[in-house]
Design a protein around this ligand. Structure first.
Ligand code: 5AD
Ligand code: SF4
Length: 465
C-alpha cells in the first residue's frame, strides 16, 4: 500500500532562508513529498537554520531535542523519520552537529540545498550525510522553479533571491563565511521566475540578497545589470504592482538606485539600509567602510527624490569597545534620520569572526543600551505612523485578519494595515482611509471600492494580458 510521504520544514532567521525553504519543498514535491505543518506526521524533517547570533544557533539545538523525542516515538511505532539540518548552522558547524545531536541524519550547507532529494535518498540507505561543500556550482541553476500550486498557496507577496553572499567582511558577521562570496543571478532567470509568480497571483515581489544593492547579474547581451536596471526590467511585467528590495549596504547605494526611487512608480517608497552604529570609531572597528556623515548624506539624497520614503535599519549595541560616547552618537543618528522602523541587536560574538576576540562589553551594559535605543526607535516609529492618521493610502490586501471580516495588507511604507473588507479584495490594491494608528494601522475602505490592480482571473475575463 503506497502512502504519501510528508515533509516538514521549519525556517529560522532571514528571508533568504524562507525562500530556500520554499525551494527545498518544491524540489521534494517533485519526488512526491507533500508539505505538512505537523512534525509528528512527517517522514523528513528539515530545520533550515540561522547562525547570525548565538541565540539563533542555540534555538536549533533546543528544536533538535524536541525532534529527538518525536523520532524515538515514531521508531517505536515502526516508522523511520529523517532529520536534516540545513542553512548557516549546517555550514558553520558541519559534523559537530551530528556529534552534539545524533538525532540528525543530514547536514546540508546553503550551497547544496538543491541536492536535498538525492541526499535524502542516500540517508534512507542508512548513511549519515554531511554536505557542506563550498563553494560549488551555482545552486540557483539547479533549484526547481517555483511551482504554481505552491506559489498560489503562499499568497500575493513573494520573496525572490537575486543575489547571495557577501564580500564585505564586517568584523562581527558570519555571513561571508556561511554564505560565501557575492554571487548575482542572471537577469533573465529572475524575470522568468517573477513572471511565473505574477501568473500565479503574486502582486508584490521583494528582491532579496545579503547585499542586494551590490547586484550585478548578467544581461542577455553579456554586460551586467545593476539592481536599478533589474528593477526597471521587472517593472515591465504587468501583473507585478509593487517592487521592493532588501538588504542594502550603504557602500553600494549607487545613484541609479536612488534615481529609481524617483523614476519607477512600482518601486515602493521604503529603504532598509543597516547602519549598525552612529559612531565613526565603531563603524571603523566594524569594517563597515563608511562613516556616519556618508550615511546621513545617502539618506539626504534619497529624500530629495522621494521625501516620503520610509527608512529602516539594523543596529548593534555593545560592539567590542563601544563607549557611552559612541552609543550617544548612535542615539543622535537615530534622532537625525527619524527611522520608520529598525531592528536592534545586542552584539553576539561569533566564533571565527575578528570581533569575537576583541575586548567585550559587559552584557548588563549591552542590555541597558538596547532598551534605550529600542525606546527611541519605538517613539520614532509611532511618530512616523501617526503622521498618516486621516490620510488615504493604497493597501495591497494579503490575507484574512485574525478577526472575521478583517483583511490585513500593507501600505506602500510596509506598515501592516487592518481593514474591514470583503475577502475577494485579497490580491488587489485599493485606497483606504487611516482611522487608527499604533504599531500597525487600522483603516476603512473608501467606497465605492475601485481596486487599482485586478486579480488574474478578472484580467483574463476582461481579455487583459
Ligand atoms: N551580533 C549581533 N547582531 C548581528 N548582526 C549580524 N551579526 C551580528 C552579531 N554578531 C545583525 C546586524 C545585521 C543583522 C542581519 O544582524 O545588524 O544587519
Ligand atoms: Fe554581514 Fe557586513 Fe556582509 Fe552585511 S555587509 S552580510 S553585516 S559582512
Amino acid at each position: 500500500m503506497s502512502k504519501t510521504r510528508k515533509l516538514y520544514v521549519k525556517s529560522f532567521g532571514c528571508q533568504m532562508n524562507v525562500y530556500d525553504s520554499h525551494r527545498m519543498a518544491d524540489a521534494m514535491a517533485r519526488e512526491g513529498y507533500v508539505e505538512t505543518d505537523r512534525p509528528d506526521e512527517a517522514d523528513v524533517l528539515v530545520l533550515n537554520t540561522c547562525h547570525i547570533r548565538e541565540t539563533a544557533a542555540e534555538k536549533v539545538y533546543s528544536e533538535l531535542g524536541r525532534l529527538r523525542r518525536l523520532k524515538e516515538k515514531a521508531a517505536g511505532d515502526g516508522k523511520r523519520m529523517l532529520v536534516a539540518v540545513t542553512g548557516c548552522v549546517a555550514q558553520a558547524e558541519g559534523t559537530e552537529i551530528v556529534r552534539r545531536a545524533p538525532v540528525v541524519d543530514l547536514v546540508i550547507g546553503p550551497q547544496s540545498i538543491h541536492r536535498l532529494p538525492e541526499l535524502v535518498a542516500r540517508a534512507q540507505q542508512g548513511e549519515t550525510v554531511i554536505d557542506t561543500e563550498f563553494p560549488v556550482e551555482d545552486k540557483f541553476e539547479h533549484l526547481a522553479p517555483p511551482s504554481r500550486v505552491a506559489t498560489r498557496a503562499r499568497g500575493v507577496t513573494a520573496f525572490v533571491t537575486v543575489q547571495e553572499g557577501c564580500d564585505k567582511f564586517c568584523t562581527f558577521c558570519v555571513v561571508p563565511y556561511t554564505r560565501g562570496v557575492e554571487v548575482s543571478r542572471p537577469v533573465e532567470k529572475i524575470v522568468a521566475e517573477v513572471a511565473l509568480l505574477a501568473e500565479a497571483g503574486v502582486r508584490e515581489v521583494t528582491l532579496i540578497g545579503q547585499n542586494v544593492n551590490a547586484y550585478h547579474g548578467l544581461k542577455p547581451d553579456g554586460t551586467s545589470s545593476s539592481l536599478a536596471g533589474l528593477l526597471e526590467r521587472l517593472a515591465e511585467l504587468e501583473g507585478i504592482a509593487r517592487l521592493r528590495y532588501t538588504t542594502s549596504h550603504p557602500r553600494d547605494m549607487r545613484e541609479d538606485l536612488i534615481a529609481a526611487h524617483r523614476d519607477l512608480p512600482k518601486l515602493m517608497p521604503n529603504l532598509h539600509l543597516p547602519v549598525q552604529s552612529g559612531s565613526d570609531r565603531v563603524l571603523e572597528a566594524m569594517n563597515r567602510r563608511h562613516g556616519r556623515d556618508e550615511y546621513l548624506s545617502i539618506i539626504e539624497r534619497v529624500r530629495v527624490v522621494r521625501p516620503d520614503i520610509a527608512i529602516s535599519s539594523d543596529f548593534i549595541v555593545g560592539f567590542p569597545g563601544e563607549t557611552e560616547e559612541d552609543f550617544s552618537a548612535t542615539l543622535d543618528l537615530v534622532e537625525r534620520v527619524g527611522f520608520a522602523q529598525a531592528y536592534t541587536f545586542k552584539y553576539s560574538p561569533r566564533p571565527g569572526t575578528p570581533a569575537a576576540t576583541m575586548s567585550q562589553v559587559p552584557d548588563a551594559v549591552k542590555a541597558e543600551r538596547l532598551l534605550r535605543l529600542q525606546a527611541l526607535i519605538d517613539a520614532h516609529q509611532r511618530k512616523f505612523n501617526a503622521a498618516y492618521l486621516g490620510d488615504t493610502l493604497d493597501v495591497l490586501f494579503e490575507k484574512p485578519g485574525r478577526i472575521a471580516g478583517l483583511l490585513v495588507g500593507r501600505s506602500p511604507y510596509v506598515q501592516p494595515v487592518q481593514v474591514t473588507a470583503p475577502a475577494d479584495l485579497i490580491g488587489t490594491i485599493a485606497p483606504v482611509r487611516i482611522v487608527e494608528v499604533g504599531p500597525s494601522l487600522s483603516a476603512e475602505l473608501i467606497s465605492p471600492v475601485r481596486p487599482h490592480v485586478l486579480r488574474p482571473a478578472v484580467l483574463a475575463a476582461a481579455g487583459g494580458a
